[in-house]
Design a protein around this ligand. Sequence first.
Ligand code: ADP
Length: 406
Amino acid sequence: MAVIYSNYLKSVIKLNFLLTHYKRRKYQDMQNRPTIIGILGGGQLGRMLAQAASSFNVELRVLDSDPTCPCSTLVPRCTNQSFRDEAAVYNFGKDCDVITIEIEDVSVPALKRLAAEGKLVIPAPEIIEVIQDKGLQKQFLQSNEIASAPFRLVDSPANAFDQDTQYPIVVKLRRGGYDGRGVVVAKTELEAKNSFNKPCVVEECVEISKEIAVIVARNSNAEVRVYDPVEMLVNSDANLVDLLSAPAEISIEQTETAKNLAIQVAQKINLVGLLAIEMFVTKSGEILVNEMAPRPHNTGHHTIEACACSQYEQLTRVLLGLPLGDTALKQPAVMLNILGQPGCAGPANWSGLDEVLSLSNVHLHVYGKTDTKPFRKMGHVTILDQDLTKALEKAKFVRSKLKVIA
Ligand code: ADP
């Protein structure tokens, strides 16, 4: 079954890639007028994409049901309807030249219709479909012999465990989980059975030494560029990336393995667009793919200041059919996610801005969310320094001063 599905998937993805090639002719038509880029989702990733894209000859449009979304103050044409709604996505997309995403939880049927009618949809709807389901992601990795944690799929955890199971075991919702919501590391049979009551991926618990991420870009000419791996520190209270440092402190061989894995995945899935790949470095030094996102990613925020071409400009280049940019890391960097303070909900109030902004090589990004809530991503700070240790020290200071309260 998995083999049949995988062959089907490969042919669909191949067909889509050929179609994208064919659609390149459209880029020529777009050369003498602004290209209309439609972004599904108006969150911070869409906002930073809009910031980068606005250096090119484009007209930006956003679909997001929230009239106060982070894109709303930057992009004049925001349509306030749901990106999960088929009719809304179709109607929004049919007047754009190219449609992309900043979140993968979008209507795939609408995107398939648009692609079938000749619209450029980047990434391909079939890729989004695979990524939306962690079960399909794992099957894709397995059938392409890309190293990842051993797994099985279950309809519901309730009757999928017994005392012979090795605990701890990781149970993940196939659909709808994000930022750690939808992942349970179960220590006992009872915890595993009570984790969820929906279809899940059950994974062996990996002995993780480090969590890293690699972003890869591929355009419709099959040109590929990959960023250096970054290291993620997860906030265990919020289950969110708290701090990220670049480059990851792993061996040269591990860096090469991680980058090659990312390129391999991009080629196997026939990517046109951007793909962020989260990986585990195991205690025995192996590198395993954890999960993927076919869009700009939190683990690439630092590329705005730290890399020759940011992930957001890179995606813009793919959308416009242009050559890819240089991914070189100009300087080591640390990125801090600024989350809403626990216990605070209501109109956002930033404290500590003066102290933080008086530092050199410290770059603040405020996402423009009017209300804060505990652990909501409100902004981020990127700190550059030739010496990563010094950047980490500065990050500690920033963390102690900068707060978003209500
Ligand atoms: P999400 O999509 O919600 O971010 P992830 O699959 O990235 O979910 O899992 C969240 C976190 O759970 C990971 O960053 C990692 O710390 C831990 N985790 C996930 N899978 C495993 C695993 N197989 N073994 C050990 N820890 C895991």
